[in-house]
Structure formats: structure tokens, C-alpha cells
Design a protein. Structure first.
Length: 292
């Protein structure tokens, strides 16, 4: 009887931990439905980013360690259009949508290119760059998968816009460092399905395109925000400040909105807001009055 009681207690413990640390439930929602009532992020599970694709990581101990890792800091700097510099505590530098027109003045350790358009990619890559991750398959056959680690930075992708014709396939790239999960949505042109949301796991910062022309509509963006419930949503994919400010104006009745003083932020898990906030990073060199 003692053995049976111990087994029952152990099973209850595992079930309880699984419920507490598993991927948060995803609720189906129509794009035509109301998105004004955002659910509080405090109710969201604390699953680590990429939980859905890290199936080779067995057992609860590893999951618990990843979810409760000491909170360090990550620096995120907006270079323009959809290019960001991500810097970790161990000095790793990653650049998103590395291209010939907009790029930071550093030699990165890792670069991503979400799609093959010239403002998001280049073939002119310095051979000293260790990791070059393209979000599409240059051969045109099938999708591409990345899951790499450089010191304290992990990066993986989720294919998007599959078979989307002229504009081509692309990827969301997820960056994880110091317990902070950053998702660069690239040129996404659709709402997230449940499978992609599950595979992304917990996302703290969403970098979302707001051009409303080539990429997702505002309704699709709001759907994706509500599905993932990040701490920060940072607009991108623009060349002039009117577009992100228009987006902030559109959503300020749903979420707190703020224009940052500079194109850079340094964050930790502990320093970010509990509920979703729209944070506009100004274009480098921009100055003007904030309407938000």
C-alpha cells in the first residue's frame, strides 16, 4: 500500500508540474471577432520559447531549469526597416534581415534573412560571420529548418508564407538569450495557426511588420498578438515613422502604447511589463513629437 500511495503521489506531482509548465492553451478566435479585450498575460504559462520543437530535450528537470534560469539582460537595437542588432551578456551579436542597405556597423556572429528580397537579405556575406541563416530554401525544394546555438544565444525558425507565389516563402526567427524570447516575424502575411503558436512557446518580445501592404493586415497582427500575449510588441518593416505611429494609434485603446526615447532597449525577464505593451523604437536619427 505504501508503494501504491507513493506512486499515486508521484504521478500527481508530474501531472501538476506538466500543467504548470506546459505550453499555454491556445484558443481559436475568428479574425472578425472582437480583439479589443486582451487577456491579461499573468494567466499565460511560463513555457520556454521553442518548447514545441525541442522534443529531444527529455524529462521535466531540463524544462524546469530552462523556465527558471537566472534572468540576465539582452540589448535590442533597431537599425531600420526590419533590421535589429541583438547583443547578449556573453557578447554574441546577431543581426536580423541582414542586407546591403541597412545594417549595424558591427561584425555579427550570426545573421538571419527572413526572405529573399534585397531589403531583407544579401549574398554579400563576410566569411567571418559564423552562422548565416536563411528563412527560405534557396533550392526551392521544401522548407528550411534552423536550430543553432552560439554561446548564450539560441536561434530557431518557423517557416511562413509557404508557396506564396511572387513574394516567396519566409520564416519567423526566434532568439532566446538570458531567458528572454524574441520573435522576429519577418514578412509574415497571415495569422498564426495553433501549431506554429505551440512550436514558438512563450514569446516575450514580438517584432512585427506594420506596413499593411506586403505583410499582414492590422487585424492579422492583432490576432497574432492576442494568441501569443507577449510582453512587448515592437513595430518594424517601415522606412518612415508615420506607419508605426499609425499602428500605435490604432491599438492604444487595447494596449498601453509608448514611443521609446532611443532605438535601443536593454531588457530582462524581470524588467518587462506583465501585460502586453506596444513599444515603438524610433528610426535612428529621428526626432519629432509623439502623438501617442
Amino acid at each position: 500500500m505504501k508503494r501504491l500511495a507513493a506512486a499515486v503521489a508521484a504521478a500527481a506531482l508530474v501531472i501538476g508540474l506538466g500543467a504548470g509548465f506546459g505550453t499555454a492553451p491556445v484558443h481559436a478566435q475568428s479574425l472578425s471577432g472582437s480583439l479589443a479585450q486582451a487577456q491579461p498575460n499573468a494567466a499565460r504559462g511560463a513555457a520556454p520559447c521553442g518548447l514545441g520543437i525541442a522534443r529531444h530535450r527529455r524529462g521535466l528537470p531540463g524544462l524546469l531549469h530552462r523556465a527558471a534560469a537566472p534572468a540576465g539582460h539582452v540589448k535590442l537595437s533597431f537599425s531600420g526597416h526590419s533590421t535589429f542588432l541583438i547583443e547578449t551578456a556573453q557578447g554574441v551579436k546577431a543581426v536580423t534581415d541582414y542586407n546591403d542597405f541597412v545594417r549595424p556597423d558591427v561584425l555579427p556572429d550570426l545573421i538571419t534573412m527572413n526572405t529573399g528580397h534585397s531589403t531583407h537579405s544579401t549574398d554579400n556575406v563576410d566569411p567571418a560571420i559564423k552562422h548565416v541563416l536563411r528563412g527560405w530554401n534557396p533550392s526551392g525544394l521544401g522548407v528550411v529548418r534552423h536550430n543553432v546555438r552560439e554561446k548564450d544565444l539560441r536561434v530557431f525558425n518557423l517557416p511562413t508564407n509557404i508557396d506564396s507565389g511572387y513574394f516567396g516563402s519566409s520564416s519567423i526567427f526566434v532568439f532566446e538569450a538570458a531567458g528572454v524570447c524574441i520573435a522576429h516575424f519577418g514578412n509574415i502575411r497571415h495569422a498564426l495557426d495553433d501549431d506554429r503558436a505551440r512550436r514558438m512557446g512563450r514569446i516575450d518580445i514580438m517584432l512585427v511588420p506594420v506596413d499593411r501592404w506586403i505583410t499582414a493586415s492590422f487585424d492579422e497582427i492583432l490576432f497574432n498578438i492576442d494568441k501569443l500575449k507577449p510582453r512587448y510588441v515592437i513595430p518594424m518593416h517601415y522606412n518612415f515613422m508615420d506607419r508605426p505611429l499609425e499602428f500605435a494609434e490604432r491599438v492604444k485603446g487595447m494596449y498601453k502604447t509608448r514611443l521609446n526615447d532611443s532605438p535601443s532597449i536593454t531588457v530582462s525577464r524581470a524588467s518587462m511589463p506583465v501585460d502586453t505593451e506596444i513599444l515603438v523604437l524610433p528610426l535612428p536619427g529621428w526626432s519629432g513629437d509623439s502623438p501617442i
